[in-house]
Design a protein around this ligand. Structure first.
Ligand code: PEP
Ligand code: MG
Length: 538
């Protein structure tokens, strides 16, 4: 039998099914419950959830300290004020604890869902994860704890973050899920592991047996149930082709990306936090080309303190040292909203109060981050970059602020590196067109093709209906990139690309022909980009 889903991570596998059974977590609404009793039940469930998460953290940390952090984040979320306030409101109006948890979580998930941001969607999965944990505890059900003991294809209605990280990665040959989108946790994990993943099976998922053998192709989305001998042979061939492709890429990980004409390019990693720094190293990154520092803010229940930020920056710099790390200052606003930071609703948020515009208007937020960055700079090679720059005055103001903070630290006797490079993101047409002016006052440019495409083509990067117009390879965008690279080099500074299209190997030749110095991409894309540079025509 052949069924089809959405191919989300390429690769082929044949293996036995490991079915992760969905527990019955349906919830009934009971009005007129005793608020005191139900609050007591909720508090007790929360306590047990904390204990479970502690155990899971310890267990996972032994083999994968980065993955274990999911459980730490879940512990934070159990105390999330938006979530807890919602539960309390429902409990005080006489609703049962299970229902209170469910409705409060749903409200938060819906809110996060409307933000249409990848980071936020991932957070919505975490909210669902903790609410299901609480409901299971409240219903007195046990957590399904047995993992696979042979190589398997994992089958599940959907995979929660906590389920994904608990799987023994050595034993997973692929994933098939009923629900889920291409940004699901299972997909992110599958891509990082380089194994096939099929999502969105929908109704056909119910036709799948829950044991026996499956053959899956994560590129085409095909799922063969109990494959015949012929299908088996065909699949073994596909498995071999994918294996060879993977093996072929493997050898590029630790190579230096140098074009046949001798231009060396740094292939760096885009990361969102300390946990990703390990993936960057594993995939052979020449450094970090973009650390999106706003993730620290998005994961936190309130503004992260100077100390908390310092620790995160220090950890990434130490992990990568002596390789360079570009940390981008806060890029909040638009589709990236932190619930505790009340930005009034705007008609055109992408054109509104965001990123550097916030930092220059709210000096306390900026100062805290800059102090943390400067203090962390002695632990590695730090490069700081500023997002959404549109005019020269902003850079001059930033330089003045940085100078003031350095003076403060000098007075306090706090050390910081004297070699920090300061650069800007070129992600607005204004910055690209005026790049000759900017190049005289900064140490580097990093071209953010996501926003540069959005603003050049007047096409919302989140709107799938106009995906054709949102084209980072449009000649208009490429001209701005070329202009930026030219002015950078004329002024003796380096220029990188850190938007998604840095990983588009169809553009590598063009990037090399204009002398781009750095390409920063998601860690798993590094080997393929290095290969493209090494075999480019320029
Ligand atoms: C970009 O705009 O290309 C970029 C890298 O920044 P972000 O995707 O975080 O807006
Ligand atoms: Mg951007």
């Amino acid at each position: 039998m052949l069924l089809k889903g959405v191919g989300a991570s390429a690769g082929a596998a044949i293996a036995h099914i490991f079915y992760i059974k969905q527990l019955d977590l349906s919830v009934e609404k009971q009005e007129g419950s005793n608020p005191e009793t139900e609050t007591g039940r909720f508090e007790k469930a929360k306590e047990q959830a904390f204990t479970e998460l502690d155990v899971l953290f310890e267990k996972t940390a032994v083999t994968d300290s980065a993955a274990a952090q999911v459980f730490d984040i879940h512990k934070l979320m159990l105390d999330d004020p938006d979530f807890c306030d919602g539960v309390e409101d429902a409990l005080s109006s006489g609703l049962n604890a299970e229902y209170a948890v469910k409705t409060s979580a749903e409200a938060l998930i819906n809110f996060l869902g409307t933000l249409e941001n990848e980071v936020m969607r991932a957070r919505a999965a975490d909210v669902r994860d903790i609410s299901e944990r609480l409901i299971r505890i409240l219903k007195g059900l046990e957590e399904n704890d047995d993992g696979p003991n042979e190589e398997v294809i994992v089958l599940a209605e959907d995979l929660l973050p906590s389920q994904t990280v608990r799987l023994d990665r050595e034993k997973v040959a692929g994933f098939v899920t009923k629900r889920g989108s291409v940004t699901s946790h299972s997909v992110i994990l599958a891509k990082t592991m380089g194994i096939p993943c099929i999502v969105g099976m929908g109704e056909s998922f119910d036709e799948l047996p829950k044991s026996g053998e499956l053959a899956i192709d994560g590129k085409t989305g095909e799922v063969f149930v109990s494959p015949s001998d012929n299908e088996r042979n065909d699949f073994l061939l596909r498995v071999e082709i994918f294996r060879q492709q993977k093996e072929d890429l493997e050898k590029y990980r630790n190579m230096t990306a140098v074009t046949p004409k001798g231009h060396t390019v740094k292939v760096c990693a885009n990361i969102g936090g300390v946990a990703d720094a390990d993936a960057a190293k594993t995939f052979g990154a020449d450094g970090v080309g973009l650390f999106r520092s706003e993730f620290l803010y998005l994961e936190s229940p309130s503004f992260p303190s100077e100390e908390k930020q310092f620790e995160a920056y220090k950890a990434v710099l130490e992990k990568l040292s002596p390789k360079p790390v570009v940390i981008r200052t806060l890029d909040l606003g638009s589709d990236k909203q932190a619930p505790y930071f009340d930005i009034p609703e705007e008609e055109n948020p992408a054109l509104g109060y965001r990123a550097i515009r916030i930092c220059l208007k709210e000096p306390q937020i900026f100062r805290t981050q800059l102090r943390a960055l400067l203090r962390a700079s002695i632990y590695g090679k730090l490069q700081v970059m500023f997002p959404m720059i549109t005019h020269l005055g902003q850079v001059l103001e930033i330089k003045e602020i940085v100078g003031r903070i350095k003076g403060e630290l000098d007075k306090e006797g706090v050390p910081y590196s004297k070699d920090i490079e300061f650069g800007i993101m070129v992600e607005t047409p204004a910055a690209a067109v005026m790049s000759d002016e900017f190049a005289k006052v900064v140490d580097f440019f990093s071209i953010g093709t996501n926003d540069l495409t959005q603003y050049t083509m007047a096409a919302d990067r989140m709107n799938s209906r106009i995906r054709d117009t949102f084209n980072p390879a449009d000649p208009a965008v490429l001209r701005l990139i070329e202009m930026t690279a030219k002015t950078a080099h004329e002024n003796g500074i380096w220029v990188g690309i850190c938007g998604e299209s840095a990983a588009d190997t169809a553009l590598t030749d063009f990037y090399m022909s204009i002398g781009i110095d750095e390409l920063s991409v998601s860690p798993a894309s590094i080997p393929a980009v290095k290969k493209a540079v090494l075999s480019s025509n320029s």
